[in-house]
Design a binder for this molecule. Structure first.
Ligand code: ADP
Ligand code: ADP
Length: 235
C-alpha cells in the first residue's frame, strides 16, 4: 500500500464554527503534496489536524488515517503520532539552546543520553537539512544567533532527529529570502525519497515547482485535489 496518510469525512470546528469539511485526501508515500488556497481557507487548520497539533484548540471529527490506522480516536498515543508525523512551522522557532541541544532535544527528553548516538544524529540530520557545513564548528553556540534560513534548517534537522515518516511544513519559506527559499526547496526534494512531505504554501509557483500533488482549499473545503502538473497546466 503506497498511501501514507489520508483524511475521510473530516470536519473541524472552532467552537461552533465549522472551519473544514469535504477534505477527503490521500497522501502517497515519498511524494510532496502542496496545500494552497487563499488566506483563511483552512490550510493550517487542516495541516495541524494531521498530527493532532490542534488538539484542545479545535474539535476534529472524522478519520485521519496514518498507515491505515485512524489516529483520530481515543487511546491513540499523541506523542507517538507527533514523533512519526513531524512539523516545521512558518517562522523558524529554534529553542534558546545550542544548535546541538535543539537537534537532540526530543531524543534527550526520551532518555537518550549516549553522546555517540546523539553526535551521529546531529551530524546526519544537519547534513540531511543541508546546513552541516555551515554550523559544524558552532554546534554549541545558541541556535537563536543563526540567520533565518539556517535556523529553519536546524528546525528541520530537529524534526528529522526522531525519524518521522511524514514531514508537515506550514509555510516554511515565507520568512526566508529567495536564495534560502530555493535551497530549502532543494532540501525537500532530496528528502522526498525517504519521507512523505506535506507543505502549506501561499506561493503558487513554489507549489508548481516543488510538489507532485496539489490540494486547493477555499472557504474551508478542499475544492480541488490532483497531480500538480494537471492543476497547473490548463488551456
Ligand atoms: P489558512 O491557513 O488557510 O490561512 P486557517 O486554517 O489559519 O487558514 O484558518 C481557517 C479559518 O479558521 C479562518 O476563518 C480562521 O480565522 C479560523 N481559525 C484558525 N485558527 C483558529 C483558532 N485558533 N480559533 C478560532 N478560529 C480559528
Ligand atoms: P496564518 O494565516 O499563517 O494561519 P494567522 O495570523 O491567520 O496566520 O493565525 C496565527 C495564529 O492565530 C494561528 O495559531 C491561528 O490558529 C490563530 N488564529 C487564526 N485565526 C484565529 C481566530 N479567528 N481566532 C483565534 N485564533 C486564530
Amino acid at each position: 500500500n503506497d498511501i501514507e496518510m489520508a483524511t475521510k469525512n473530516l470536519e473541524i470546528y472552532y467552537g461552533k464554527n465549522l472551519a473544514m469539511q469535504n477534505a477527503d485526501i490521500q497522501f502517497k508515500k515519498n511524494t510532496i503534496t502542496a496545500l494552497i488556497g487563499p488566506s483563511g481557507s483552512g490550510k493550517s487548520t487542516y495541516l495541524r489536524s494531521l498530527n493532532r497539533m490542534n488538539d484542545g484548540v479545535a474539535t476534529v471529527k472524522g478519520q485521519i488515517l496514518y498507515e491505515g490506522v485512524n489516529i483520530n480516536q481515543p487511546g491513540i498515543d499523541v506523542y507517538e503520532v507527533r514523533r512519526r508525523i513531524g512539523m516545521v512551522f512558518q517562522r523558524p522557532n529554534p529553542f534558546a539552546k545550542s544548535i546541538y541541544d535543539n537537534v537532540t532535544f526530543a531524543l534527550q527528553r526520551r532518555g537518550v543520553h549516549d553522546k555517540k548516538i546523539l553526535d551521529e544524529v546531529v551530524e546526519t540530520t544537519l547534513k540531511q537539512a543541508a546546513v552541516w557545513d555551515q554550523v559544524k564548528d558552532s554546534l554549541h553556540k545558541s541556535a537563536q544567533s543563526l540567520s533565518g534560513g539556517q535556523a529553519q534548517r536546524v528546525c528541520i534537522a530537529r524534526a528529522l532527529a526522531v525519524k518521522p515518516d511524514v514531514l508537515l511544513l506550514d509555510e516554511p519559506a515565507s520568512a526566508l529570502d529567495p536564495v534560502s527559499t530555493s535551497k530549502l526547496e532543494q532540501t525537500l526534494r532530496e528528502l522526498k525519497p525517504n519521507y512523505t512531505i506535506i507543505i502549506v504554501t501561499h506561493n503558487m509557483q513554489q507549489a508548481a515547482r516543488l510538489s507532485d500533488y496539489t490540494v486547493f482549499f477555499n472557504l474551508g473545503e478542499a475544492i480541488e485535489y490532483n497531480k500538480t502538473r494537471k492543476i497547473f497546466t490548463r488551456p
